[in-house]
Structure formats: C-alpha cells, structure tokens
Design a protein around this ligand. Structure first.
Ligand SMILES: *Cc1c(COP(=O)(O)O)cnc(C)c1O
Length: 374
C-alpha cells in the first residue's frame, strides 16, 4: 500500500529546527522567551495586526476573546452554524448561549441578511447579542463589508475565527484584523502548524496585554502571587513558538501552493457537470484555500460516501464538510436562524486532499478516482 495521502498534513519549511535548537541551547524551555516574542512579531508583520499573543490553541484564543469582550453567564453570542465545534465550545465555557446563523451560497459563511434579521429578532425578544464569532470557513473570506456594518450599527463585538484562514484577505486586508479580535490556529492540519497552538490578535495593544495576563494565571503586580481574577494556563511555550517562527518563513509560499492546488482541481473538474467547486465571488476575496472542497450536484449522502470510500480504498483521506452545529446533539437545543443551506452542503460536499507536499500526479489520480466513483 502506498503512503497515505492526508487532507492537509504538516509541511515543515526547514528553519523550524534552528529555532527549536536555539531554545534548547539557551535553555529557554518555558512559556516565554525569544521565540514567543519573535513569533508574535512575525504574525503582526505578516497580517498587519497591531498586537498578538500566541497561545496553546485557537480554542483558547476564542475563549479569551469572549472573556475580554465582556461575554459572560446569560449573554447571547451570534455564531456561524457551518463550522467546527471549537468555534462554539468557548461560548459555553463562559456560560453564554450560542445563536446559530446560517451561511449564504457565495462564501459559505454567515449570511448578512440572516444576521441582520436575527439581531432584530433577538432585540425584539429583549436579548441583544453581545458578540459575533464569525468564521471564515476553509479559508474563504466572509462578506465583511455587510457584516461589519451590522456589527457597528447594533454595537456587537466582532470576533473573527480565522483558524482556517491565515493568509486570506478581503479587499487586501488580512482576515483576523477586521474585528476587535482575530483568532488563528496552528493545529496539525492547518495551513501552518506548530503541532498545536493558536494566536489572538487585536488592533488594541491593551487587549493583548490583558490576554497575556489571563493566559498566565492572571497574576496581579506584586512580589508574591496575588490574584484578583480567574486565570488560565494558555500561553504557548518557547519550544513550540520556535516551530512557528520557522513556519512563518514559508507561510506566503504555502498560501500560493494551496491556491495552485485549488486551481489544478478546478481545471481537472471543469468538464464534470456533477461537481462544483466554491470560488471567490469577485476580486475583493482572496482565499488561502486551506482545503479544496467539492460539492456533488446531484449527490446525497450515499453518493458522497461512495466517493469517500473510493478514495479510501487507495489510502487517500477525504472527509464530509462540517456537520452544522445546529444539528449536533450537544447544541441542538439552542436557537437557529436560517434556511438550512448548510445541511445540503453537509449532505453533498466533501474536502479533498490539499496537502502542499503531495507527490506529483496525485491530483490527477484523485480527480480520476472521484469521476469514476460518480
Ligand atoms: C481548528 C479550528 C479551531 C480551533 O483551533 P485549535 O487550535 O485546534 O484549538 C477553531 N475554529 C475553526 C473553524 C477551526 O478550524
């Protein structure tokens, strides 16, 4: 059997070892040190974010963003239903209620019309939402102009979950830098990885100072250990940050490679009427195409699973699109607004291998297997 082809495996650039070795040589084996500072600086320089703190995960970053937005017990938080559960779990951690919002067809992200009518409905019920956790799914930018103007009009804090969208841009501005907070993830399958980790960015330096304090057990200024807040142990270690610094060197290249993979699939499927591939609505949108996704036009779960099994038989990984959160057993008691568009995507869509170090001809082989299965 050939070596397994994964959806999006880690791809080291080469300099990671140098930074990690330096950390060992200087005995910086702690959740602070030159790699932590350097990685944060690199992220700010790349994205244009004013301030950054690197953390143990993207989930931790969402959690801190919610706390710093003042979200707490009994509050409501608007959130994309078409996402990974890690977007929603921190809303529960802080004791708030998620309000799920459906996506639109052009970007698969939150539908601005549904967002607006939801906000109005919650206000009419006397429950004005405190924050919006907006996801840029699979790297595709959401409809930022419309969404930002709704957040401004109703004074709702915007937290961007750009865990899948590092390097993506909207009108030339990097995702994660539009809201009060932006979140990135460096988990093993993301566009760059530190094996596990995340980052919180903000345009407001004081927010990040506070985030770092919360992430390191919330110590007050004193010689001894004094605490007037509940803290967390969420800081990234200097070893892990060394991997991150090395990965930042190749981030731009990885984005270009992912975009090229997406383009090649598009070419390979261009005459297949059964298959559609999501594309950027217009020149304002620049996706990192973290994962290439396809939708089977006349599909259904059975056909989708046939395709997945056909690839699996050749040791190739593929996966259904995210199952919407409003259908998840753990979240189904929470309010949901929309036309169930994401349920169709879940039935008919799948993610196909998008690794940046696939052997040559793998894309052709995958396309042929999919066409045959259909
Ligand atoms: C990966 C991911 C997260 C969580 O990031 P971790 O670093 O794994 O905690 C959050 N939201 C989305 C959309 C993700 O894909």
């Amino acid at each position: 059997m050939r070596k397994r082809i994964y959806l999006s495996p880690p791809n080291m650039g080469g300099q990671e070892r140098e930074y990690v070795k330096e950390a060992f040589d200087q005995n910086w084996i702690a959740p602070l040190g030159p790699n932590v500072d350097g990685f944060e600086e690199d992220i700010c320089n790349f994205t244009g974010a004013k301030s950054c703190s690197v953390l143990s995960s993207g989930t931790a970053a969402i959690h801190l963003a919610l706390i710093l937005s003042g979200v707490g017990r009994g509050d409501e938080v608007l959130v994309s239903t078409f996402t990974f559960s890690a977007t929603v779990n921190p809303i529960i951690y802080v004791g708030a209620t998620p309000i799920f919002i459906e996506s639109e067809a052009e970007t698969w992200n939150i539908c601005p019309d549904t967002l607006r009518s939801t906000v109005k409905d919650r206000i009419a019920k006397g429950r004005k939402p405190k924050a919006l956790v907006l996801v840029h799914l699979y790297g595709m930018p959401a409809k930022m102009d419309e969404i930002i103007s709704i957040c401004q009009e109703f004074e709702i804090e915007l937290i961007e979950d750009a865990a899948e969208a590092l390097g993506s841009r909207y009108k030339n501005k990097f995702l994660g830098t539009f809201g009060r907070f932006g979140v990135y993830s460096f988990n093993g399958n993301k566009i760059i990885t530190t094996s596990g980790g995340g980052a919180l960015v903000s345009q407001n330096k004081a927010d990040i100072v506070e985030a770092i304090n919360l992430a390191t057990q919330a110590r007050d200024k004193a010689l001894h250990y004094e605490h007037s807040k509940i803290g967390y142990n969420y800081r990234m270690s200097n070893i892990v940050a060394g991997v991150g610094r090395g990965q930042m060197v190749v981030l731009k290249k990885r984005v270009e490679e992912k975009r090229s993979i997406n383009n090649q699939y598009r070419e390979l499927f261009k005459n297949s009427e059964m298959i559609s591939i999501l594309k950027e609505p217009n020149g304002d949108y620049y996706s990192n195409y973290w994962l290439t996704t396809i939708v089977l036009e006349k599909g259904g779960q059975l056909l989708r699973n046939n395709v997945i099994n056909a690839l699996e038989s050749q040791n190739i990984e593929s996966r259904p699109l995210w199952k919407p959160m409003h259908l998840q057993p753990i979240f189904k008691q929470f309010p949901y607004y929309g036309n169930k568009f994401s349920e169709q995507l879940f039935q008919n869509g799948l993610c196909i291998p998008s690794g940046t170090d696939m052997p040559s001809n793998t894309l052709e082989e995958i396309a042929a297997l999919i066409k045959k299965a259909l």
